[in-house]
Design a protein around this ligand. Structure first.
Ligand code: ATR
Length: 265
């Protein structure tokens, strides 16, 4: 039996166990995926037990700190500065990042040609780093919007794109693609708008990388309201999970099974 797990805090809302266990079952694999709620102060202790794990999914708040407990991290995880997947390689544990390519795979299903596209990314945390590192080499013009100015400026400098100020000062032409990497609008539809409603246009593709277990995020419901195309965070979860599955098992991920599991079917 191969053992996989997700480590995060909090972890109870994670859909990764449902998604991966459905895939293991469909492929008749002797494998199980469990969830561990690991506090930051317990990460070192938890990782001292890692020898038995065939693979780990890593989520908030451990993505930036887990690297020190691994045998190595690959180039993509280094560039993003975050590990979301641990896999075994020659009996060592290595870290990589499937958030960035998973985001891109989900995006390309709806917007296959990214060349020349004008993009606005909201947020400057770890999730924004994954999105920006995936998009920057492929799009035309990328603007970062972030509440805390120095964070936005530093990220824009690192990835050689533009810092466009805070949301409330946002003066940018209508982008082709708007990506929200913050958790604003995740808790309740009664939250304040992330961006002014009149900024959203039917011509835009709107991506929210966050998802709610039941229902849509506020931004996605607004995208629906204005008639824009949209991609929900669940699609990114699916695509990054498919890449994890393929890395861990060497087999093609059973997409339909994983997708149905995420929809609770
Ligand atoms: P993660 O690693 O998951 O991306 P993070 O590092 O905490 O999480 O980053 C969250 C991002 O959401 C940040 O860019 C944060 O803005 P600040 O840099 O100003 O902190 C943004 N964010 C979170 N709550 C926000 C809010 N209420 N309004 C605007 N931006 C918010």
């Amino acid at each position: 039996m191969k053992n996989f797990c997700i480590i995060a805090h909090p972890v109870e809302h994670s859909l990764s166990p449902i998604m991966h266990n459905a895939a293991f079952k469909a492929m008749q694999m002797e494998a199980v995926f469990v969830a561990y709620d690991v506090l930051p102060e317990n990460l070192q202790n938890f990782m001292s037990t890692k020898k038995g794990w065939a693979g780990l999914a890593v989520s908030i708040p451990h993505k930036e700190t887990i690297g020190q407990y691994l045998d190595g991290i690959d180039e993509i995880a280094k560039k993003i500065g975050a590990v979301n997947t641990v896999y075994r390689h020659n009996d060592q544990h290595w870290g990589t990042n499937t958030d960035a390519p998973g985001f891109l795979n989900a995006l390309k299903e709806v917007m296959p040609d990214l060349s020349g596209k004008r993009v606005v990314v909201i947020g400057a945390g770890g999730a924004a780093r994954a999105v920006i590192s995936a998009l920057k080499p492929l799009v035309g013009f990328l603007t970062i919007i972030n509440r805390t100015v120095p964070k936005g400026v530093a990220l824009a400098k690192e990835f050689e794109c533009r810092y466009g100020g805070k949301i409330e000062d946002m003066v940018t032409e209508t982008p082709d693609l708007l990506v929200n990497t913050t958790s604003v609008g995740l808790e309740a539809l009664a939250e304040p708008n992330l961006v002014p409603l009149d900024f959203l246009k039917p011509s835009m593709l709107i991506v929210d990388i966050a998802y709610r277990q039941n229902g849509t995020t506020k931004l996605i419901s607004e995208a629906q309201q204005v008639g824009a195309k949209f991609i929900e965070g669940r699609q990114m979860l699916l695509h990054q999970g498919m890449l994890q599955f393929e890395l861990w098992t060497g087999q093609k991920a059973p997409r339909e099974v994983m997708e149905r599991a995420l929809k609770g079917l």
